[in-house]
Design a protein around this ligand. Sequence first.
Ligand code: ASP
Ligand code: MG
Length: 401
Amino acid sequence: MAVVVQKYGGSSVGNIEKIKKVAETVVKRKRAGDDLVIVVSAMGDTTDELIEMANQITDTPDKREMDALLSTGEMISCALLAIAIQSLGEEAISYTAYQIGIKTSGQYGKSLIYDIDNKKIKKSLNEGKIVIVAGFQGVNEEGDITTLGRGGSDTSAVAIAVKLKGSCEIYTDVDGIYSVDPRKYKNAKKLDEIDYEEMLELSSLGAQVMHSRSIELGQKYGIPIYVGLSNSDIKGTVIKEVANKMNMESKPITGLATSDDDVAITIRDIDNDINLLSDIFESVAKKRINIDMISQTAPMNNKVNISFTLPKADLKEALDIIEKFYSGKDKLFIDEDITKFSIVGIGMKTTSGVAARVFKVFKLNKIEVKMITTSEIRITCAIKQEDKQKAIELIATEFNL
Ligand code: ASP
Ligand code: MG
């Protein structure tokens, strides 16, 4: 049984007209002979609106109740799509995570899927039904509803595709993956295919097309993920293991991403003591706050300055921890004016001099680099936000993105 798992994002099911349109597309596909599982996000901005309602009551709503609240968005779109499909004369059945045993563990608001009991899905497919599943949600060990984190429906879809050994198609309001976000750079090129690793780097760096964990899942289980425009014949992008790396090597960089969501913290004049550093970082990590870029000055009189970036959203929580070790304006310096500017490409593994080219372009154009980190396939620089647009244009031109 070849199963196709399709996911439709919030904008694709944003109103009743759009839901009807998706129903037509799905029915056409079903009549062409595919077994279909359709995962949906909440309609339009529903999730944001639900958060907003809770925030009208309190700034610190209980996390369990937030998940109970947010999961309702997907239940609405899921049932509506089933109704729309049925009204076109095909059989459809909607399921919540609870009904099909999408089991999760970990924290509310960012739980992980550890298994899916696919019996009900298979039974419904065998009965010839189109199965519609509420994305973004699961049920934890206590039987509580949890959510997977914003944008998590992608991960629901890939997880179901893994479990059913099916293929996976993600439909959204963009027609594929571009070398650079076309809203930031108008000459950006659409990619026919992109390697999982590259896509992972790009999406964790602010290319918001996909939930990162969905790509990790696809990679782990070798499921190619198609990303494209809903209800359209325009060809999208396939995220997969790109076999023909020789071809990619001729272009060391595949994509570029920027993010303004981080803040840099510098701790000045602290003892150059690895135990102390590890205590600070461990305390921050315990709160699941992701520290990304780290840089340290060379020791002077056994004192160093250490800088690191973390998501702006986690700043307050991080400061509460760090201030237990260090406080005072002379010790702690917060820099909110940073853009994380990253270039990504598998070709970097085998091409030398990529960093040198970037730095040369920055130097010639007086773009100050505040911090740098690299991996095998990525270079990230923290630059000033005012330099962002210039940096995008220059680097995209330099590497023909
Ligand atoms: N509705 C959820 C969100 O907005 C999940 C999703 O769209 O994938 O984050
Ligand atoms: Mg999304």
